[in-house]
Design a protein around this ligand. Structure first.
Ligand code: ADP
Ligand code: ZN
Length: 616
């Protein structure tokens, strides 16, 4: 229960009870995780830094206090698209919210400023540069202020990956309005970034709320690349037909190619990369947000500020450069908490490509070393035989006691074997052939293939010739990939991919260091059937799924009429609950998650009619 005693710096008395606001306005029964504690702390006038994973429910941490307190809550947000989404969603719930940013027509901006001055707004979203605009702080000074919320707070830190110089000015809020509580929120902050945020925003006196970073509704899977396009198609067809997803590729050319190919195969896919004309990029992004079930094939240029809650999968056709990037990209799946997939295929060529990029980069030695280390952690994650969630969270400094039961290594444990002898053979073959040849030739020599080249070079007379007949070509490539990952072999990325001996080889050759290798599953031609077998069991029975589809179509029409994305009207979670519970009257409707009072009045009757017409 919230204390109504006046906090030392509270700007206005809390006039509404947070639990009531949560139910009435947002349609949720109870707070999640730290939400209640955070709301209580803010209402008592405290500052705080909130670290919560994507989908954890950060927005309610300031939206609920904004509606409990008298006065205006100012939300600083770096991205215009995000602001618009939030404002539309709040407006749908009957909240007095607006945004100020450079993309709005001047008369709309003036109207918002007037509403702000007259105390007609509860929440105002602003871009950081707006705060610095002449006269804006003076204008704020004339308002009754309830709270400052600083979203995506990691943007203030140069350690973070999205540093925005404009965020540095936010320290001024504390200087100009010391009595107004401030709440900084982010989903991504390691130790140094966290300290940086606290220092730069002068939050030393505030509390820090840290939630675990696990995303329990995301299933992690990594397969070996053999025919990536087919593997991707099989995955989408078996598990995500008609659902929204993002496919990440490294290059623009590949993005275009994969998007076109998926389209030919009947998957609604759009390309997105920095090389497209800005209008087309904006149009594709807009379609992805507003239409149900589109697949966006994109470079990493896509995703920042995409708040679409119903992205059901994120697929990687190329290896990300670091686990930070991987976690951020896969984190765009399943914001709404429904089951989602993080899926990737990778192979030796990914490893050599990325190592080559780092080696050839303009960065200084220190940076290059750091990049190599990050890539090595990424590779370690790919090759791990442990629970993926354990490795992933461990990397971010969180102890997670696996097995999680919903990653591929938990579901199909990977067998390992003592591969020391294989490693010795491969390393010897690389050494004996002079560290001048690529994988193909070295493996030919091992397998005793007397190719013209081998004979010409006299390699058929080497002691290592034919010592590795026990493995197939694919088997040796698997060994090689793992030795590269372990750093025992390096690939010359400047020339033709010649293999060299890496560090620590001597101990392996002498038998002082054992090498454990994983058994790669054999690629099977019936990839689709295999994927289907691994798919999570369908959550919905046929009738419920049918009803869910009907409700989605109803929502789509509403969204189109109003020119907003469907998810600002209702999240999938609300429609799913309606499809499975089939409420028969307004009372029953009121209990659906996400059904606040205003939405109930506005959409309830039509929703009941739609359900009835569908035979409920
Ligand atoms: P974040 O900003 O942390 O990524 P959001 O604020 O967008 O997360 O919330 C993620 C999802 O969880 C949304 O669909 C939101 O409606 C839902 N949600 C948040 N808090 C609650 C709650 N207390 N009860 C039920 N659903 C919630
Ligand atoms: Zn696991």
């Amino acid at each position: 229960m919230l204390t109504l005693a006046l906090g030392k710096r509270r700007s206005g008395p809390a006039s509404r009870d947070p639990g009531t606001v949560l139910r009435d306005v947002f349609g949720f029964e109870r707070f999640r995780g730290h939400q209640e504690e955070i709301v209580g702390h803010v209402l008592a006038g405290g500052d705080a830094l909130v670290l919560m994973p994507t989908g954890g429910g950060k927005s309610l941490c300031y939206q609920v206090p904004a509606l409990c307190l008298e006065g205006l809550t100012v939300v600083v947000s770096p991205l215009i698209a995000l602001m618009q989404d939030q404002v539309q969603a709040l407006t749908q719930a009957g909240v007095r919210a607006a945004a100020l940013n450079s993309s709005l027509p001047p008369d709309e901006q003036r109207a918002t400023e007037r509403a702000m001055a007259e105390g007609m707004l509860d929440l105002l979203y602003v871009a950081p540069e707006r705060l610095a605009a002449p006269g804006f702080l003076d204008r704020l000074e004339r308002c009754r202020l309830a709270l400052f919320a600083i979203d995506e707070a990691h943007c203030v830190s140069q350690w973070g990956h999205d540093f925005r110089p404009d965020y540095l000015q936010l320290a001024i809020l504390h200087e100009r309005f010391p009595q107004v509580p401030r709440l900084a929120l982010t989903a991504t902050a390691d130790g140094p970034t966290r300290n940086d945020i606290i220092q730069r925003l002068a939050l030393e006196e505030g509390r820090v709320f840290v939630s675990g970073f696990d995303r329990p509704n995301i299933r992690y899977r990594i397969g070996l690349k053999n025919n990536p396009r087919r593997q991707l198609l099989a995955f989408i067809q078996a598990e995500h037909k008609g659902e929204a997803g993002i496919v990440y590729c490294l290059s623009r050319a590949k993005v275009e190619e994969i998007a076109a190919w998926l389209k030919e195969q009947g998957v609604e896919a759009l390309p997105y990369h920095a090389g497209l004309p800005p209008e087309q990029r904006a149009r594709n992004q807009e379609r992805f947000l507003r239409e149900d079930g589109l697949v966006m094939v994109a470079t990493i240029a896509f995703g920042m500020g995409i708040d679409k809650p119903d992205v059901r999968f994120v697929a990687h056709l190329d290896l990300p450069k670091s686990l930070e990037a991987y976690y951020q990209e896969t984190g765009r799946a399943g914001r709404d908490g429904l089951p989602s997939n993080a899926w990737m295929v990778y192979g030796l060529e990914d490893v050599t490509k990325l190592k080559g990029l780092i080696a050839r980069s303009e960065a200084d030695d220190r940076q290059r070393q750091l990049d190599h280390r990050k890539l090595d952690s990424m590779l370690g994650y790919c090759e791990t035989t442990r629970c993926r969630r354990e490795v992933l969270l461990g990397y971010f400094g969180e102890t997670y006691e696996g097995p999680c039961g919903s990653c591929d290594t938990c579901l199909e444990p990977v067998a390992t074997f003592d591969g020391t002898e294989h490693a010795q053979k491969l390393l010897s073959a690389i050494y004996r052939t002079g560290q001048r040849f690529g994988a193909g030739h070295v493996i030919d020599v091992l397998r005793g293939q007397a190719s013209d080249r081998a004979v010409e070079l006299g390699h058929d007379r080497l002691s290592v010739f034919g010592v590795g007949r026990e493995l197939s070509g694919a088997g040796w490539r698997s060994v090689l990939r793992q030795l590269v990952t372990l750093g025992l072999v390096t690939v010359d990325t400047e020339g033709f991919g010649a293999l060299h001996l890496g560090e620590g080889v001597r101990a392996v050759l002498r038998g002082e260091r054992r090498v454990a290798l994983r058994h790669d599953p054999e690629p099977r031609p019936k990839a689709a059937r295999r994927a289907a077998r691994q798919a999570p069991p369908p959550v919905l029975d046929g009738a419920t799924q049918g009803l869910f589809d009907v409700l989605k179509a109803w929502r789509r029409d509403l969204a189109r009429e109003q020119g907003v994305p469907p998810y600002v009207i209702f999240h999938d979670t609300t429609l799913l609950a309606a499809a499975s519970e089939r409420p028969g009257d307004m009372d029953a409707l009121a209990h659906l998650p996400g059904m606040g009072r205003v939405k109930l009045e506005r959409y309830g009757p039509a929703l009941l009619r739609t359900l009835r017409e569908a035979g409920c």
